[in-house]
Design a protein around this ligand. Structure first.
Ligand code: NAP
Ligand code: GDD
Length: 349
């Protein structure tokens, strides 16, 4: 099957996972750059685009209902959109959930990626369409190397990371076997005020605000010692775009190069609302008190622990800086401030 492309100077992008955090930031970025954007969302989307993605009001935005399991629909959408760039962001992206739903996670994250690549080939778009794959720092798992860069061996520790490992390598394979323009962005944690609250940053900032407002008593968390490299999603979608503007496809680590523990995150977020936290106890008995009132505000709950996980992630974004000119503009403290501020404003309504 050969698809015919138009002669327009306007670039056309297709984004899967457009209702998600990154899809929301990326669609805005591309529309602001003058792209025509096609977004794929599930008919059953739990987070309806209308609620948070302003892009759909733009006349250059076209949405398509499709599930990443539906190959024939993917083919039809690509045939209609004839995209110059595809950003594959759709995923079951929650690590904890992946232990509960490993098969579904593999179906969407691994085979969903394969379906898109195959659709490009089937339609004869290999020379027209550039492809970005949202890979993850979770590929490194319990790496012996710190910080992790593009040459660090992979050692995934959960079904999500294993599904993303397949996606990473099938992208490399299609790039090498079929000379396709395919890039992996090996993205470390990136957050924002629209991050869902089954991820720790948003869970913490929302709870901090509710506790401050007297709407919640305590915050229950899992592993407080885990260290993550947290950046701002708005910065990371720029890196995705930059990768597809290069002449040659490649893989890049996208990270801040700094790491902080969940405990640091909790302390800093509470400080933003004027509460200092004092810790006592160890392991599952660890508790965080309001230093002024003595009230216990944070406790550990086993249900939020994972069967296995890496205790330390920190990425080395040197290659992205050198080759893409990309640097993160928002540091950890600015990010947490931004999220707390947003949740405080939201609490007023
Ligand atoms: P997210 O907020 O969870 O968004 C995931 C998107 O995928 C949502 O739009 C979701 O749709 C869609 N989706 C899920 N299952 C689907 C299916 N079966 N068919 C079609 N669409 C489906 O994730 P994110 O934080 O924006 O991350 C974007 C990508 O980057 C993901 O691939 C993630 O794995 C990867 N990544 C993220 C980070 C991070 O820290 N944010 C780090 C490394 C890699 P609904 O709205 O319908 O649920
Ligand atoms: N979600 C959650 N909830 N995490 C908790 C909790 C809790 O109550 N308590 C402690 N944590 C710890 C987790 O064990 C983990 O070490 C850390 O907080 C971050 O967890 P998440 O925010 O759920 O993110 P993640 O690091 O597992 O995964 C995110 O980043 C990956 C890239 O490193 C996701 O966005 C993935 O899609 C992404 O690939």
């Amino acid at each position: 099957m050969e698809a015919k492309s138009g002669d327009s100077l306007t670039k056309i992008a297709l984004i899967t996972g457009v209702t998600g955090q990154d899809g929301t930031y990326l669609s805005k970025l591309l529309l602001d750059k003058g792209y025509v954007v096609h977004g794929i969302q599930r008919a059953s989307s739990s987070t309806r685009t209308e609620s948070k993605n302003e892009s759909i009001k733009n006349i250059n935005y076209h949405f398509h209902f499709c599930d990443m399991t539906d190959y024939s629909k993917i083919i039809r959408i690509l045939q209609e959109a004839l995209p110059d760039e595809i950003y594959n962001l759709a995923a079951q992206s929650n690590v904890q959930t992946s232990f509960d739903r490993p098969e579904y996670t593999a179906e969407i994250n691994a085979l969903g990626t394969l379906r898109l690549l195959e659709a490009i080939r089937t339609l004869g778009l290999e020379k027209k369409t550039k492809f970005f794959q949202a890979s993850t720092g979770e590929l490194f798992g319990n790496s012996l190397e710190t910080p992790q860069n593009e040459n660090t061996p992979f050692n995934p520790l959960n079904p999500y990371a294993v599904s993303k490992l397949y996606a990473f390598w099938i992208c490399v394979n299609y790039r090498e076997a079929y000379d396709m323009f395919v890039c992996n962005g090996i993205l470390f944690n990136h957050e924002s005020p629209i991050r869902p609250d089954n991820f720790v940053t948003r869970k913490v900032t929302k709870a901090v605000v509710k506790i401050k407002e007297g709407l919640q008593d305590k915050l229950y968390l899992g592993n407080l010692n885990a260290k993550r490299d947290w950046g701002f999603a708005g910065d990371y979608v720029e890196a995705m775009w930059l990768m597809l503007q290069k002449d040659q496809p490649d893989d890049y680590v996208i990270a801040t190069g700094e790491t902080h523990s969940v405990k640091d995150l909790v302390e800093f977020a509470f400080r933003e609302v004027g509460i200092d936290i004092e810790w006592e106890g160890k392991g599952l008995d660890k508790k965080g008190r309001n230093a002024s009132t003595g009230e216990i505000l944070i406790e550990v709950d086993l249900q939020f622990y994972r069967p296995i996980e890496s205790s330390l992630f920190v990425g080395d974004p040197s290659k992205a800086k050198e080759k893409l000119g990309w640097v993160p503009r928002t540091n950890f403290y600015e990010l947490v401030k931004m999220m707390v501020k947003n949740d405080l404003e939201f609490a007023k309504y």
